[in-house]
Ligand binder design. Structure first.
Ligand SMILES: N[C@@H](CCC(=O)N[C@@H](CS)C(=O)NCC(=O)O)C(=O)O
Length: 208
């Protein structure tokens, strides 16, 4: 299978880390969602990343749908999202907050700053989306993240979101402002799956 998308996309990265954690081999297609737009549209009609091209040629799009396929493939005992009940609802809530923070700080404020031509920028939109994203970060900070909990999808997705924000908008997450999330991130950053998908060597800040 082929994972399409660069790791500075936290949506792509959460799929990559999930595959690595579960020991599922994949090839990596590093076309850029902006630089290779015409080619990307041929893989995904939305021209977005990630996509996962299966061995039979089927193309799965959207990280949530891809992760659902991965969880179903490995079965409930190894799935990264609990199958039902309170544990599943709590995990989905964390994932919604983490992805929401990326949507607002990345797709909202960063795209406005990095992609939109300077003369068209809308400062109030940057302020609004940053406030929304940081609201989600503050909510994640208030939750418990026990050090001995297993690496599940909530942790993978939250780690990808935290690293994306720390790298592309470091002024929003200075060390010490979110001590609970700093500790979570330190634990995740030490893991081989996060190290293998690091995007610090990329030219950031940039679009995804
Ligand atoms: N809901 C989608 C969001 C994917 C997404 O926003 N990807 C970004 C990169 S991080 C993208 O493709 N941006 C380019 C665009 O939307 O034009 C998912 O979870 O896969």
């Amino acid at each position: 299978m082929i994972l399409v998308g660069q790791y500075d996309s936290p949506y792509t990265r959460r799929v990559a880390i999930s595959l690595l954690v579960l020991g599922i081999a994949y090839e990596h297609d590093t076309r850029s969602v902006f630089g290779d737009f015409a080619s990307m549209l041929k893989t995904n009609p939305l021209g977005r990343i990630p996509s996962l091209v299966l061995d039979d040629g089927t193309v799965l799009i959207d990280s949530a749908a891809i992760l659902d396929w991965i969880d179903e493939s490995v079965g409930p005992a190894r799935a990264l999202l609990p199958p039902s009940g309170t544990l599943r609802h709590e995990a989905l809530q964390r994932i919604a907050l983490a992805n929401g923070a990326v949507d607002k700080i990345g797709g909202g404020a960063n795209y406005e700053k990095l992609i939109r031509p300077e003369r068209y920028r809308w400062p109030q939109w940057i302020e609004r989306t940053t406030t929304q994203g940081l609201g989600a970060v503050a909510a994640l900070e208030r939750l418990a993240w026990p050090a001995d909990a297993p690496l599940d999808q909530a942790r993978i997705t939250t780690g990808c979101a935290l690293d994306y924000i720390r790298v592309t908008a470091p002024e929003l997450m200075p060390d010490g402002r979110y001590p609970n999330l700093d500790a979570l991130w330190r634990r995740l950053a030490a893991r081989p799956e996060f190290q293998a998908t690091s995007f610090r060597e990329y030219n950031v800040p940039r679009g995804k």
